[in-house]
Design a protein around this ligand. Structure first.
Ligand code: PMP
Length: 379
């Protein structure tokens, strides 16, 4: 018998009460119960987004909210800066290009994080840039970007800061209001501990002002419609009611824990994982690693793809592999969402065991000991 364990940066494990909520008879989305549910979910999301701005939701994966941000904020003649430090930064520029927007890319070596000075220099050269598109945690590399520093640049300029917090919301700190971030997008299947299928966006007043000037085509992802409906506990189109019911349960957990504690928990899990990986003689791929996941650089003698498959098929443990140019070269272990210290111990001990199985010698237990030491010191 194999027990499946998920350590991927989305989807993430779902708490039992959220699973049970999805097994309940479905509500009509125009019923009073659905109105109450939608209003409650949107209110609780504000806590997780660390904002007083309204949060809107779309029935899509996270990319839908990214596309919506581009289509709703920009106008045909706009030019934007896109920070590309991995697959998801590249996605911002692909979406902008698909809408005919001129992109000024800042290409960052995969695994590194953007230097705010480079952004400032480009902004100074192009003061008419409408928006900067950035990523809180670049999931393909595990790197965290200094969004607070970027917001320091945009807050004092007319340029908007749009942040993809798809993977990092609730795991890495993102103080939308305190830092002055204009737009944050995210989705359900990561820190929010809900299955895939819901996307979210929060916009401040500066961003809503830009929406009124946008002339790009949009229909299903029209933020104004989603926003207005959401305020009334309604939706323009049939929503994934079942997922909203699960999300409500997950949000109840997050609100009870409190966002600061949630982020601190993720940090503890990340610090322990990093310590374990180093104790096993591996190095981290990201120079500034996020709390969301840990990317491990593999020595050339390990075939990363075969290792991931072995772990999944033999031990039931799913880690994520490398994407695009990193395929086979890194392993990504997420400690995201409904995770605690024991999950890290399991993820690391399975990692050690898998390495032994492929004949790569590591001192068994060294990673687990290092993780336990972190937990012991912190408790
Ligand atoms: N941005 C980031 C940072 C992500 O991690 C992901 C998903 N891994 C996405 C965007 C895309 O989200 P989705 O697959 O839900 O469309």
């Amino acid at each position: 018998m194999i027990k499946k364990l998920l350590f991927t940066p989305g989807p993430t494990p779902i708490p039992p009460e959220a699973l049970l909520a999805m097994a309940q008879p479905i509500d009509y989305h125009r019923s009073d119960a659905a109105v109450t549910l939608i209003k409650d979910v949107l209110e609780k999301l504000k806590h997780v987004f660390q904002t007083e701005n309204d949060v809107l939701f779309l029935t899509s994966s996270g990319t839908g909210a990214m596309e919506g941000a581009v289509a709703n904020l920009l106008a045909r003649e706009d030019k934007v800066i896109v920070i590309r430090s991995g697959k998801f930064g590249e996605r911002w520029s692909e979406i902008c290009t698909a809408y005919g927007i001129e992109v000024l890319p800042i290409d960052v070596t995969w695994g590194a994080s953007v230097e705010p000075e480079a952004v400032e220099a480009l902004l100074t050269e192009h003061p008419d840039v409408k928006a900067i598109f950035a990523t809180l945690c670049e999931t393909s590399t595990g790197a965290l970007h200094d969004i607070e520093a970027l917001a320091g640049l945009t807050r004092v300029r007319p340029t908007l800061l749009v942040v993809d917090a798809v993977s990092a919301l609730a795991a890495d700190d993102l103080q939308m209001d305190n830092w002055g971030v204009d737009v944050v997008v995210s989705c359900s299947q990561k820190g929010l501990m809900t299955p895939p299928g819901l996307a979210f966006a929060a916009l401040n007043q500066r961003a809503w002002d830009a929406v009124t000037c946008s002339d790009l085509p949009k229909y299903y992802f029209d933020f104004r419609k989603a926003h207005q409906s959401g305020l009334e506990g309604s939706v323009p189109y049939t929503p994934a009611v079942t997922l909203l019911a699960a999300l409500q349960c997950a949000l109840n957990r997050l609100c009870a824990e409190g966002i600061r504690n949630t982020i601190a928990r993720h940090n503890r899990l990340a610090v322990a994982t990093r310590s374990a990986i180093k104790a096993l003689g591996f190095s981290l791929f990201a120079a500034s690693p996020a709390n969301t996941l840990t990317s491990i650089r593999l020595p050339s003698e390990i075939d990363g793809k075969a290792f991931i498959n072995l772990m999944r098929d033999t031990y039931g443990v799913t880690y994520a592999g490398g994407q695009s140019q990193l395929s086979g070269k890194i392993v990504r272990i997420a400690h995201l969402g409904w995770m605690d210290e024991n999950d890290v111990v399991v993820a690391i001990s399975a990692f050690e065991r898998g390495l032994h199985a492929i004949g790569y010698e590591v001192p068994l237990g060294a990673g687990v000991t290092a993780a336990q030491e972190v937990f012991r010191k912190e408790n």
